[in-house]
Every structure is written in C-alpha cells, then in structure tokens.
Design a protein around this ligand. Structure first.
Ligand SMILES: [Zn+2]
Length: 135
C-alpha cells in the first residue's frame, strides 16, 4: 500500500528554487522526515553536471546521511529534476533506484514545473501522491 508524501509550501519552494537554479542541468537532493511527513529538504550537488542524469556528490550525501541520523530522522525521499522532461521516471532512474524511498521528480514543460512522486521497486513504478500539509 502506497502512502502519500506530505510536504509543506516552504519545502516545495525550496526544491523548486533549487531545480530552477540548475537549469539546464539536472538537480538533486535528499528528503528527510518521519514516516511519510517531510521535515527537511537537503540540497545536494549533482556531481554529474549533466542535463540528463544526476549523481549525488558522495561527500555531501554522506554528510546529509549523518545529519539525518543525528536528528533522529529517516531518509524518506530523493528528488531530482528533468529540465527537459519527461515527468515520469526514466529508464536510468528505474535502473539506478538504490533506496526504498519516494522518488520526487520535477519536470519542466513550457517553463512550467511540476513535481510527481514515485515508488520504484524491482523495476516497477507506482505513483505516490504528493500532498500539502500546513506545517
Ligand atoms: Zn530522472
């Protein structure tokens, strides 16, 4: 059973600003929280510096993991962008999904950004609703 991911407006905007600032390259980051509630957006440098793929800077990723643990939070999601689409997970995203967490993908079409959530497991992709909370 897929649970929605709860995000607040500030967190949404943080991700959006980050992905916009990376155009035309893909941007990425980590989502820390508890259960299905996002508590902290962590921006991570895309080491690949590519418009079609992302590789998290390993040092920043390690630092983020340590911070998440020190806060008693869990890694609940990973976000990245598709500045030139598509809005769904790519073949690479499916092949490289390494963590059992929600994938949030930001895509751009006609300068309009949207975000969708996915659960990728064993080559299968399921939609995860992204819902706003008031926090
Ligand atoms: Zn992707």
């Amino acid at each position: 059973m897929i649970s929605p991911l709860y995000i607040n407006k500030q967190q949404w905007d943080e991700m959006l600003e980050h992905v916009k600032s990376y155009v035309p390259l893909e941007a990425c980051g980590l989502l820390a929280g508890k259960n299905n509630r996002l508590e902290k957006v962590i921006l991570v440098r895309n080491q690949a510096q590519s418009p079609v793929r992302f590789v998290m800077d390993p040092y920043e990723q390690l630092q983020a993991f340590e911070w998440i643990e020190s806060q008693g939070l869990d890694l609940i999601g990973i976000f990245h962008s598709h500045p030139a689409g598509p809005e769904i997970a790519s073949v690479t995203d499916i092949a490289e999904a390494a963590y059992q967490v929600v994938s949030v993908i930001w895509s751009r079409k006609n300068d309009e950004w949207k975000a969708r959530g996915f659960w990728i497991e064993d080559g299968e992709v399921m939609d995860v609703p992204l819902l706003f909370n008031e926090g």
